[in-house]
Design a protein around this ligand. Structure first.
Ligand SMILES: Cc1cc2nc3c(=O)[nH]c(=O)nc-3n(C[C@H](O)[C@H](O)[C@H](O)COP(=O)(O)OP(=O)(O)OC[C@H]3O[C@@H](n4cnc5c(N)ncnc54)[C@H](O)[C@@H]3O)c2cc1C
Length: 747
């Protein structure tokens, strides 16, 4: 595949806009429900879509392939239009290259809008109730159920007994009877009964039936996504207008957080589904895995979005005259069809446990892939064998940093891989940063850098500060702690009380910081109040770089729940020179948030890469383990759990890639980074819990305990996971940000 002239995002946006406009005119919401059971209306909209060239999608990659089909399916879902465009697309993909005259004729009729076909997969459908047709010679009998717009269907296509041959049945004439079938209280589907119906064999099918089946399910998910997103958008608008207790309901945090969850899910579905389609277009063998992951995630996530949407509407959305109920039905029908989530999870489990598959690596482009290899090769030399084994044997609190390793990697310049060249960096793209992070996780290398502080210095430091501190960071010689939180200032950082008072040619700092992780670093990047009167409170904060060997600093380390350490740090008349100030006096909020905003985009990515690495270890262990003589990989509950995690990891990775791609264009909307951080942090907790459930008590044995599994890795992962949910802005704070910045809900 991989055609140079394939449509890009701009063309897809155009397709989306024009189809939305077309459906708005010709299949308006008010007519959508009645039209479902009206064969004439269905045929009319079908011909209209054909006139727009849509029934030909899939026949010529330069006009549109799976990526465009998904866009069209989403729009049909939004408009509650049940015509089977996906089945036309599958026919185009399968028979587009066929020279068989009957196949060519069928496609010509399809493109003209004269034919409307449905695919039937029979026993391979995935749903036992879907029915099947039995072909005997030149005739077929049987019943097909749940056929979309089946009252208007002219043909049915079904994989033939022979490879590369499809069987075509005509719905015209007395051999086929179509009866309307209500499903979930909605018209639109039909049951087709064939009795001695003539069949035609169409040779030259270019796509395997199993692949067509998977593509069809991907299309259904896209349509469900369109429907779920449309209802969700309506609910968000409603939440901005509907008043209760004297304010818009969208200002209530309970609702904000539910709607933020919905947006996270919808983004997860959108990104994974479109990635699967893009991989298919590229001819990547991994597209099947990505499609299964998208379907497995979407099936459960979209149904939840649909429920939450209705909760937000209250009773108004419960009335049939409202648009939301039809979307609710669409979402549930499409997520269940053809085996739905269950089938997709079976495929993922089979990938890991029957086909010896592993988590597919993302294609990071030529530069990203090459850099990934370079980092892997470097780590194989510098972080392996006895050196790594000696490090792994240390207690966890001694594994938070390795100064010799930091200096070694400092020689590569990779600590500044994302920095601009003027500061000695390598100006690499966010995708290359992902490549680096991924290999560091895979190689289980210790953490490096002081990236937030370096960013702050590059953005707000003086040339003298940059010249002094950045080279030390770059060389791996200096770590900076982050002195923000105080006993009474956590999420509400602007409430901090530690003071910095100007005194002669310097500043005097007094106060207490808490939970500071990198307390052992050379410097502290410290937020202090320089103006008590300032309103709002955050306008009176300034940032300082404080050498940790300055007189008056007292550090009281405490153990964290994950065996690491953080500290209470007391600053008692700590005197620093004037040039310790970073940015302007009282301008610290800008320094603090500016640096964090730049970093935040990839925080979620960092988390999901850790999760992915732990997941790989878990799958390897399951493959090698047995319970009561039975291989663990055969346990249906284990398989289901692993499949669920695999799908979730793919969502996390897609959210990460999305952030990186946006950052590459210079835009990192805060809600995008927040979505990635929230999802990945909570996924780490879920997999942490799941791993222990799967492996049992032995996995709770900690590092050093006799019989501990992999040095206590799995139980330690769980204890560590909470940190990612609580720190760097708790997930509740992030959800509020998503709701307010991403959805425009009122504060
Ligand atoms: C392992 C670890 C390492 C850390 N390292 C550092 C460090 O190096 N430097 C540093 O400065 N800090 C560090 N922190 C502190 C971290 O930044 C804070 O824990 C975090 O900002 C939350 O503050 P808090 O703990 O006071 O919780 P609180 O703010 O008291 O929150 C408690 C609960 O209330 C919720 N909540 C609070 N406000 C709202 C709101 N407006 N809406 C909805 N819910 C709300 C929170 O989401 C949370 O669930 C670390 C924390 C941990 C756990």
């Amino acid at each position: 595949m991989n055609h140079a002239a394939q449509p890009g995002q701009a063309e897809r946006d155009l397709l989306r806009d024009s189809l939305r406009g077309f459906l708005g005119r010709h299949w308006p919401a008010a007519r959508a429900v009645g039209g479902h059971a009206d064969a004439a209306a269905l045929r009319a909209i079908w011909r209209g879509l054909a006139g727009q060239g849509l029934t030909a999608l899939g026949s010529d990659p330069e006009i549109g392939g799976m990526a465009e089909v998904l866009v069209a399916m989403e729009e049909l879902g939004r408009a509650a239009c049940p015509v089977p465009l996906y089945d036309a697309a599958l026919a185009n993909l399968a028979l587009g290259q066929s020279v068989d005259p009957q196949a060519c004729r069928l496609l010509a009729e399809l493109h003209a809008g004269d034919a409307m076909l449905a695919w039937a997969f029979g026993v391979a459908d995935g749903d036992a109730g879907a029915g099947a047709v039995m072909v005997r010679g030149n005739h077929a009998d049987g019943v097909l159920r749940f056929v979309d717009a089946g009252l208007a269907a002219t043909h049915v296509l079904t994989p033939g007994a022979q490879a590369g041959v499809l069987t075509l049945l005509s719905c015209a004439g007395p051999a086929c009877v179509a009866n309307p079938a209500r499903a979930m209280g909605m018209d639109g589907q039909a049951e087709l009964t064939f009795a001695n119906a003539p069949v035609l064999a169409l040779p030259g099918a270019a796509v395997r039936p199993a692949d067509l089946h998977r593509l069809r399910r991907l299309c259904l998910i896209a349509r469900a996504h369109g429907a779920a997103r449309r209802a969700f958008e309506m609910a968000v608008d409603y939440a901005k207008e509907r008043q209760q207790f004297g304010k818009p309901i969208g200002s209530f945090q309970a609702l904000q957080h539910k709607l933020a969850n919905c947006l996270i899910s919808l983004e997860g579905v959108r990104l994974t589904a479109h990635n699967a389609a893009a991989q298919y277009e590229r001819g990547s063998a991994d597209w099947r895995y990505f499609a299964s992951a998208a379907i497995a995630y979407a099936g459960a996530a979209l149904r939840q979005v649909s429920l939450e949407t209705h909760h937000a509407f209250g009773a108004i959305g419960y009335a049939e005259e409202h648009e939301a109920p039809r979307h609710f039905r669409r979402v549930h029908l499409d997520c269940l069809a053809m085996g739905g989530v269950r089938r997709a999870r079976e495929e993922l489990a089979a990938h890991y446990f029957d086909q010896a598959g592993s988590l597919p690596r993302h294609d990071l482009g030529a530069a990203g892939n090459a850099f990934r290899d370079e980092v892997a090769a470097w780590l194989a030399i510098h972080w392996s064998g006895e050196r790594k084994a000696a490090f792994d044997a240390r207690p966890f609190h001694e594994r938070e940093f390795d100064s010799a390793f930091a200096r070694d990697i400092g020689k590569t310049g990779w600590i500044g891989l994302a920095w601009p060249r003027e500061h000695g960096g390598q100006a690499r793209t966010p995708i290359e940063q992902i490549a680096f992070m991924e290999e560091m996780e895979r190689g289980e290398a210790p953490r490096i850098g002081a990236s937030v502080q370096a960013t702050a210095l590059m953005l707000f430091g003086t040339p003298a500060q940059q010249g002094k501190y950045l080279p030390e960071i770059l060389a791996g010689e200096a770590m900076h702690g982050m002195g923000y939180s105080e006993p009474n200032a956590g999420s509400d950082l602007a409430a901090l009380k530690t003071s910095a008072v100007r005194d002669g040619d310097g500043w005097v700092i007094n106060g207490q910081k808490i939970w500071t992780t990198t307390w052992w670093g050379k410097y502290m990047f410290l937020a202090a109040r320089t103006n008590r009167e300032a309103r709002p409170a955050h306008a009176g904060i300034s940032m300082f770089i404080v050498p940790m060997d300055t007189t008056g600093i007292q550090v009281k380390p405490a153990a964290t729940m994950y065996d690491g350490t953080f500290s209470n740090i007391f600053y008692d008349n700590v005197r620093v020179p004037a040039d310790a100030l970073v940015g302007e006096v009282d301008g610290g909020w800008k320094v603090l948030t500016g640096a964090l905003a730049t970093e935040r985009g990839l925080v979620g990515g960092g988390i999901v890469l850790k999760v992915a690495h732990g997941f790989k270890q878990l799958c390897d262990l399951i493959r090698a383990s047995a319970r009561q003589g039975q291989p663990l990989r055969e346990d249906p509950l284990v398989r289901e759990r692993i499949a669920q995690f695999a799908a979730d990891i793919e969502v996390g990775r897609q959210l990460m890639m999305h952030c990186a791609e946006l950052a590459g264009t210079g835009a990192t909307p805060p809600e995008t980074g927040a979505i990635s951080k929230v999802f990945s942090g909570e996924l780490m907790e879920r997999i942490g819990e799941g791993a222990l459930e799967i492996l049992g008590m032995a996995a709770t044995l900690s590092q050093g305990a006799p019989g501990a599994i992999q040095n206590g890795r799995f139980e330690q992962n769980l204890r560590h996971s909470l940190m990612w949910v609580i720190s760097i802005g708790t997930n509740e704070i992030q959800r509020s940000l998503i709701a307010q910045r991403g959805l425009g809900l009122p504060r």
